[in-house]
Design a protein around this ligand. Sequence first.
Ligand code: FES
Ligand SMILES: [Fe+2]
Length: 441
Amino acid sequence: MSNDAMKKENEALTRVGQGTLMGNLMRQYWLPAMRSDELEAGGSPVRLLLLGEKLIAYRNPSGVVGVMDHQCPHRNASLFFGRNEEGGMRCVYHGWQFDTSGQCVDLPNIPDGEAFKAKIKATAYTAFEKHGVVWVFMGDQAKVPPTPKIEVMDAEDGEIELEFALRECNYLQCLEGDIDTSHLAFLHVGNVEPEQLASSDPMKYVVSNRRPELEVSDAPWGTTYCAFKTTEDGGKYLRFANFMFPFWSQAPQGEFETNLFSRAWVPMDDTHTMSITMTWRKRPPTFKPMKDGKELPGVAPLQLLPNSTDWLGRFRTVQNLANDFLIDREAQRSNRIFTGIENIGVQDQAMTDSMGEITDRSREHLSPSDIMIARTRRRLLRAARDLEGKGTPPPGVNDPFVYQLARSGELIVENADDWQAVYEEHLKDAVRISDAVAPQQ
Ligand code: FES
Ligand SMILES: [Fe+2]
């Protein structure tokens, strides 16, 4: 592909605003947007940046969540300053008031306001809440799709671990970081040798051979990969991971049968992404970050700054691009921490943020280790173009059960000649959270 064509493709893949190719694709889906506990009934509105749109989110006094354009349709003053009243959000400039559907319900500053108000509707988006997350649908409000059926969402309230963190780059860089299997053996455990790990620790296969074999495939939910390592007795250690439309990753984070891990890379705008991780564990992860019987250095918990009311003020990490992620060069030189950077997620963040806000993919040199990334780009582009050209709904929108069959994790098996058959067989044995049954494919 010519450089120019690659630059064009990069633009198509990364821009998410209204009217863009990928922005149109993303607006077909329900988006996890914020934590439910960010909104208090009758409390302050929160500035919410989503797909490049400046919105406010609030919870009205009866507890219903409203998500709307932050600018009042009268003369564009920000409803961030609005009054969260019983009947709706009231603009403090001239008193116009809107319910959670965006309908103007009071127009008190002109004599015939009662008649005029029916004609005024602010841009507002439908929302629902599940597992402490507010989900928003930003597409055609007359065609709201069914809610997503990602398996982790079947858990009971309170059973899911939730983590939010802001990244300072385009969503695709973040997403690609999570489906890039070969970095694990360097970025995160480049300082670990197999003999330092417990004999039961499957991580020994990752560090004993840092060149995984990799196979990839399209899947009903997006794309999937299997990375292979041979075990000492000739068996196979497998790592499965998925990309799920439109911006989800499932990285291998423990035993295949007993862990569910799904992460949304929600574009706030073209150059900022909210990472929203949902984890459910029947059994703790099999990878215990130990080295020489001690906790592996570099796995300190994620630290966040207090939220501010700024558009980009939510869930900022203490370690960030501006402070070089607090890299400790001594720890790097001594190989105490391969990167010198604490926290596994921040190690990923340092790499993806450092590529630039929207990295120039025409400068890359993709290698066989990147076949999952290349396939995922093609899959995203194809779905977005099919939507634009033929009006084909992308995967998972009208058929949300496709997500139920997507799962990531590690497995040790005797034979993996047909890795997709191994996946399906172990999915049958896997611990399911609920009785929600996917239709037969
Ligand atoms: S700008 Fe909001 S009521 Fe006038
Ligand atoms: Fe990583």
